[in-house]
Design a protein around this ligand. Sequence first.
Ligand SMILES: [Zn+2]
Length: 264
Amino acid sequence: MTCIRELQQPGTAYTPAPLIQQILHLICYRKGDPADAHELLIALINDISGPISQIFQGQMASTIQCSHCNKTTIETDNTQDISLHIEADSSTSLAEKLYIFFQPETLEGENAYWCDACQESCRATKTLSYTHIPTILIVHLKRLILGKKIQNHIPFDMVLEMEPYLAPGQASLQKMKLIGIISHQGTKDQGHYVAITSRGNEWTSYNDAITAQTTLTQLHQTQAYIMIYRKVEHSDVTEIDAPRDSTIANQQLPAKKSKPSHKT
Ligand SMILES: [Zn+2]
């Protein structure tokens, strides 16, 4: 597959046409079939190489502890995204779903863990944590699942606190700022994608050939399918805490959700 940089002639602007032609092959797309934006995004990230790909690359540790002998095994894996389950009858926020995603999972019954030390299938706990948070984090909300589409609105925060999800010993103070949303309008069989991205404090929606300014209120009403967050640099922190000289600063900000309560 062609690297994006190879498509660019030296000294010229990048023209997207050759890349768009490659996309059909990347996802084995047949005209008329429903295409999935998440599948395409991950295929693109895996296909392109170099600095563009690296900003999406994160690394997660999976820590498994055997309940019988307490032996702990840690495996690390590269990740490009987080896929979160959403329930049809719940309105828990994105931050709460993220919190649940990183909670210890019990492996038992059919999912029991084969412990090398015990030499048998044992009950165990599995906990995921970030050993490297990507510069750009893709959060995928599993709306299209089991042959249907979940239409629930998922409340979300503009800033994600990632510190609780870091593996022990990793640097603290990790915040991610929302920079883009891809929404899916329609059913599981047919629909339409709209992208909303930020530039500074302004938000713009891209709906085919139509672009429009988007208010924060409209942004928060979006039925997000993919959310894109960017790691916050120190210089960005004040920008998040106090938006300045923008129409957004004068708009009513949605009530801030309290932090997900930690279970003990
Ligand atoms: Zn064991």
